[in-house]
Design a protein around this ligand. Structure first.
Ligand code: SF4
Length: 335
């Protein structure tokens, strides 16, 4: 499989089948310090053709009988950079009308036209201060915070997709409450523009942004950066809630949550396990603890599979073991 991975058990979506339009090659419009897929190999502020939609859909056909809840566009690059995202999303909707379609995005090229094709969109917004945004997300030339915020607002306002904003806190970089002083502004603008007779309840506008989720570095990051303490996340969550409260006489505000890991188990044999571990870890570093939870197996079993695999290895970061992929010449070369 070049484009499809999983199903994997994700923190928020349950079992989810992944679509990686970049076939494991890291092409992004940002070079975030915390990126679990490593440093950006090609930093681009221009959308381009990267995938063959027919081939993506052909690969997906193999999963017609498999149990999962979401089909999620994520992987090793920014999905909205791909000129094929709309064709692939439309094709998936025809092939899998009962599955929900989710997009994880940094919102640099998010538009209402793209948003309309998805059920759930999880845009990252790691700061609302331009300088801090630059330090944590290190965007490509020409991409700024205002564009990202405007894209989230207009996509949420002019589509029927549900939006969960994701904030990832990095110790010492974007870990002050005031770094998020404009989150309420994003929520307010999206809700007001989205207001119509169907989404007003008890005199309040229902916000298309229904959740704000706050996490911290939990997987091997691209740079030597560290996770923040729980207390820091709680302080930021409380600050954002207090800002959202000021809107609450007119708008039903989103819930603010600190995200933790929740997993479902899968029964899987060792050959299949080795294949799945490789498919995930070639796209991002996979914590041993996460692999255990995802596949419902012990660390000893996973260590054994890694030990006897010529294309998997273990490394330690911040006291935690991670599985990394070491592709052989037989594996699909990125691009
Ligand atoms: S975290 Fe997302 S937006 Fe940031 S560099 Fe990685 S893939 Fe790109």
């Amino acid at each position: 499989m070049k484009y499809i991975f999983g199903p994997v058990s994700s923190r928020r979506l349950g079992l989810s089948l992944g679509v990686d339009l970049f076939k494991g090659f890291k092409l992004c419009s940002m070079n975030c310090v915390y990126c679990e897929a490593g440093k950006t190999l090609l930093l681009s502020s221009v959308r381009m053709s990267v995938a063959d939609p027919d081939e993506v859909l052909r690969e997906l056909l193999a999963f017609k009988e498999v149990d999962f809840e979401y089909i999620t566009f994520s992987g090793t690059g920014e999905p909205t950079l791909s000129l094929e995202i709309e064709d692939v999303a439309r094709g998936i909707k025809k092939l899998f009308p009962d599955k929900k379609l989710c997009l994880l995005t940094n919102a640099t090229f998010l538009s209402p036209e793209i948003a309309k094709l998805f059920d759930l969109i999880i845009p990252s917004l790691d700061a609302t201060d331009e300088r801090v945004f630059g330090r944590v997300n290190r965007p490509a030339w020409g991409i700024d915070l205002e564009t990202v915020m405007e894209n989230i607002i207009s996509a949420a306002a002019y589509s029927s997709a549900e939006f969960w904003i994701e904030i990832l806190i990095v110790k010492g970089i974007n870990d002050k409450p005031e770094h998020f002083s404009r989150i309420a502004e994003v929520v307010q603008k999206a809700a007001v523009k989205n207001a119509n007779i169907k989404n007003i309840q008890h005199g309040k506008i229902l916000s298309p942004i229904t959740k704000i989720q706050i996490g911290t570095v939990s997987r091997l990051p691209a740079e030597s950066v560290f996770s923040s303490e729980a207390r820091t996340l709680v302080n930021i969550a409380k600050y954002i809630e207090s800002q959202l409260d000021k809107l609450s006489d007119k708008i039903q505000p989103p819930t603010v949550e600190i995200i933790s890991r929740i997993y479902k188990s899968q029964n899987i044999d060792k050959t299949e396990l080795e294949k799945k571990l490789f498919e995930i870890s070639i796209r991002r570093r996979l914590a041993l603890s996460e692999a255990c939870s995802t596949f419902g197996t012990s660390a000893a079993v996973i260590r054994k599979v890694v030990k006897y695999s010529p294309r998997l290895d273990l490394t330690v970061f911040d006291g935690e073991e991670f599985i990394i992929a070491v592709p052989t010449s037989d594996d699909t070369a990125p691009h």
